[in-house]
Ligand binder design. Structure first.
Ligand code: ATP
Ligand code: MG
Length: 190
């Protein structure tokens, strides 16, 4: 069986940036963006126009999108598949898990990687990224999200049996973070 590497981290930490670079560094690897698979389904159902509207939908509707995305991604095969997703989503009804049992189990992850940076860096990245509609929150709240992320990651590791690791994505350091992921892949294949 191939490697199925789930990449998670709080919004704006740089997951998609790092994972695209990791794909370049690992020949034959592919990337599945969980949120894009959810968004395709949301567009088909005409529930939203922009991907950042999805997290404002009633959780029941988000669940339907999540299940459609999990089913699609679970069917994907490949030697090394990177899955770019979220541990939790900030909804009006509370923090909602991105990797509950019914989602993580069919995806059969072999590794869980949490991308991290400092709260200050994360806030600055969210502010600079004009392609996305980000929730306005403080540095302290971002620090809270980072703690929450580690808690959700432990739970995901526990239920899936996949090891978890932390990848630092320092300012200007996305290539280094990607190289760390590539090294982990080489180690796992050896
Ligand atoms: P989301 O959870 O919303 O999908 P994400 O974690 O995938 O976010 P990205 O979209 O990859 O985050 O990055 C957010 C912003 O941060 C982008 O503008 C990106 O260019 C920038 N960025 C990513 N990594 C770094 C880094 N190491 N140094 C500086 N800027 C970075
Ligand atoms: Mg992303």
């Amino acid at each position: 069986m191939g490697l199925r590497i789930v990449i998670v981290g709080v919004p704006g930490v740089g997951k998609s940036t790092v994972v695209e670079k990791a794909k370049e560094a690992v020949p034959g690897s592919t990337v599945q963006v969980f949120g894009s698979a959810m968004f395709d389904e949301a567009l088909r159902l005409k529930w939203v126009k922009h991907r950042d509207e999805m997290r404002k939908l009633p959780v029941e509707k988000q669940k339907r999108l999540q299940e459609a995305a999990a089913a699609r991604i679970s069917r994907g095969k490949g030697k090394v598949v990177f899955i770019d997703t979220h541990l939790f989503i900030r909804t009006p009804e509370g923090f909602w898990p991105g990797l509950p049992l019914r989602v993580i189990q069919p995806m059969k992850p072999t590794h869980l990687l949490l991308v991290e940076a400092s709260p200050k860096e994360i806030l600055a990245r969210r502010k600079n990224d004009t392609t996305r509609y980000r929730d306005e929150i403080t540095e302290e709240e971002v620090a809270g999200e980072l703690t929450l992320a580690r808690n959700f990651l432990s739970a995901a590791s526990l239920v899936s049996g996949a090891p978890m690791a932390f990848i630092r994505n320092d300012e200007g350091g996305s290539a280094k973070a990607a190289a760390e992921i590539a090294a982990l892949v080489r180690g796992a294949k050896a």
